[in-house]
Design a protein around this ligand. Structure first.
Ligand SMILES: [Zn+2]
Length: 210
């Protein structure tokens, strides 16, 4: 016997309360339910998995593999989207590992100095975009340029001798006195650098963009 509160299962032939059945669709007669009770349905699913073990395993493996790929893609995306975050981390590392840092950069500069100067002078590897200055995890300054490498080079040189720069002498004097160990780097390469600079100023709240 079927009523609106009980239903008989097509598989086990037991009459059970309607909540023991899964809802299917609604028609003129109202809410309809699957012909199998939930117990029989789950029994059927277990049986199906047992009978299709190979297929299920392959699917699970594929799923894991896809997920791994996705996780990797997200990580790579994060890395490229967070150059400012890396710079911040680097500046902290530098302030805690000054000797190591100096040893590394000394070695690096010895190997690359001439090449680097040549690159900057000839603007051979120039990029346009936004850059930032950090010291011990704190964002000091955000700027934009059509000649980023050249601009970063100038920052270092002006900080050593603030008197060389008239328009931003104050900034370089502060950098020289308070932040001689700042790090600087490109945070986004984009032709849209003026607009993006403002975005980063709002986001990173640098100390000296005034
Ligand atoms: Zn049943």
């Amino acid at each position: 016997m079927e009523s609106s509160i009980n239903k008989t299962c097509k598989v086990c032939s037991k009459t059970k309360p309607i909540i023991e059945f899964t809802k299917s669709h609604i028609n003129k007669k109202g809410q309809q339910y699957k012909p199998k009770c939930k117990d029989c349905q789950s029994q059927y699913q277990k049986q199906w998995i047992d009978n299709n073990k190979e297929q299920v395993d392959t699917y699970a493996k594929q799923y894991r593999e896809n997920n791994r790929q996705k996780t990797r893609d997200v990580a790579i995306q994060y890395y490229y989207n967070n150059k400012a975050e890396r710079l911040k981390y680097m500046s902290k590392w530098k302030s805690q590992n000054k000797e190591k840092w100096e040893a590394y950069t000394k070695e690096y500069n010895q190997e690359n100095k001439q090449y680097k100067q040549e690159q900057i002078k000839t603007k051979a590897t120039e990029v346009q975009g936004v850059y930032a200055l950090y010291d011990n995890g704190e964002c000091l300054y955000v700027g934009e340029s059509s000649w980023l490498n050249h601009r970063l080079y100038l920052h270092k040189s002006y900080t050593r001798k603030p008197s060389r720069n008239k328009s931003q002498r104050e900034l370089y004097e502060i950098l020289n006195k308070k932040h001689p160990n700042f790090v600087c780097g490109i945070i986004e390469e984009t032709p849209n650098h003026k607009e993006r600079e403002q975005h980063y100023i709002n986001q990173l709240k640098p100390l000296y963009n005034g």
